[in-house]
Write a protein that binds this ligand. Structure first.
Ligand SMILES: Nc1ncnc2c1ncn2[C@@H]1O[C@H](COP(=O)(O)OP(=O)(O)OP(=O)(O)O)[C@@H](O)[C@H]1O
Ligand SMILES: [Mg+2]
Length: 323
């Protein structure tokens, strides 16, 4: 549904997006992740024909963003970072205006406006002036204008930014209800949102793509060996550590903060080694109390931070490991 090949976008001499490629299949919901300034909005603006690419190609629903921009726009609903709302207009009038602008036949406009107002739960405020709406309601109007012509593809730039937790949940539910018949790319800084809503993640860093994968696969591929957290009561740290380091399959034992009277470690196994039973045995057979033993998965946040570390930080980390 969306195909990006070798896309580059420069602003004067600054390269905002550098030779990126990815595809999004029909019906997928893709989370577009990246730090501030990574190039998310720029990519979205190219896909929605607001900016021409400097190099490379992009197509939406089979139409090229440069040569067939009118067809692309028909097939796309776009929620920009700052939705283009007219503050002096009432919601209902504004949506009627957008519907006509997007070429919906006059006879169908009232019905379609009612539909999107229902879908975005704006019924109670349809006669309110947009300028007087709270941020959350304005965001709903932004989504309403994006879906009014029922486009197969939705590009949502931070749809839940600035919303309170309840509104975020409502916006997520709305987006989920649009999935299935729509292909969606949404950018966000909320990683739990990606885990909840998205089938796939694209991570962009300094204009380059560093990962395109499912959330589940990202978790898997970042994990080398198993990581186990362990907490032991009433034992000296150095002795416990020595004991744990001797367990077969253990690669590293890292001390962690622990409450008074306890010692805690995170232990990394060598690849393909199940070390938990042996760790438990080593502690218990030494006569210590095992108060906690659990596998720790790498969170999406850690994965994200690792993938988007600057090269300088990565080089430093490598040096530290080597020492
Ligand atoms: N109109 C512009 N003129 C010049 N540089 C720009 C322009 N718009 C964006 N940039 C630069 O391009 C880079 C990518 O910006 P972009 O807005 O795409 O990032 P983003 O991933 O959307 O960030 P954020 O999470 O802050 O929204 C940044 O370095 C930014 O300063
Ligand atoms: Mg942005």
């Amino acid at each position: 549904m969306i195909k990006v090949e070798g896309l580059t976008k420069r602003y004067a001499r600054h390269v905002a997006v550098n030779n990126i490629s990815f595809e999004v299949g029909k019906g997928e919901i893709v989370g577009f992740l990246g730090k501030n300034g990574a190039g998310k909005t720029t990519t979205m603006r190219v896909l929605t024909c607001f900016l021409p690419p400097s190099a490379g190609k992009a197509s939406v629903a089979g139409f090229d963003v440069v040569d067939q921009s009118l067809d692309v726009r028909k097939n796309i609903g776009y929620l920009p970072e700052t939705p283009p709302l007219y503050p002096e207009m009432e919601i209902g009038d504004y949506l009627t205006f957008v519907a006509k602008l997007k070429g919906i036949a006059s006879n169908d406009v009232p019905k379609r406006v009612d539909e999107v107002i229902g879908r975005t739960a704006l019924g109670d405020v349809r006669n309110k002036i947009i300028g007087k709406l709270s941020k959350g309601y304005r965001q709903r109007v932004g989504i309403a204008q994006a879906i009014i012509h029922n486009p197969p593809v939705l590009i949502l730039d931070e749809p839940t930014s600035g919303l309170d937790p309840e509104q975020q949940r409502e916006a997520r539910q709305l987006i989920a209800s649009l999935s299935g018949d729509h292909t969606i790319i949404l950018s966000t800084h909320i990683l739990s949102e990606v885990e909840q809503s998205c089938s796939k993640v694209i991570i962009i860093n300094a204009g380059e793509i560093v990962a395109v994968d499912s959330v589940a696969n990202l978790h898997l591929r970042r994990k080398g060996g198993e990581m186990v957290a362990i907490q032991v009561a009433g034992a000296p740290e150095s002795e416990v550590r020595q004991k744990l380091e001797l367990v077969r399959g253990v690669a590293r034992v890292m001390p962690k903060d622990a409450p008074e009277g306890f010692v805690a470690f995170e232990i990394e196994s060598l690849e393909q080694n199940a070390i938990r039973p042996d760790l438990a045995r080593a502690i218990v057979e030494s006569g210590w109390d095992l108060s906690e033993l659990r596998t720790v998965g790498e969170s999406l946040e850690e994965i994200f931070l690792d993938l988007t570390k600057s090269e300088a930080t990565k080089a430093k980390a490598t040096q530290e490991v080597a020492q």
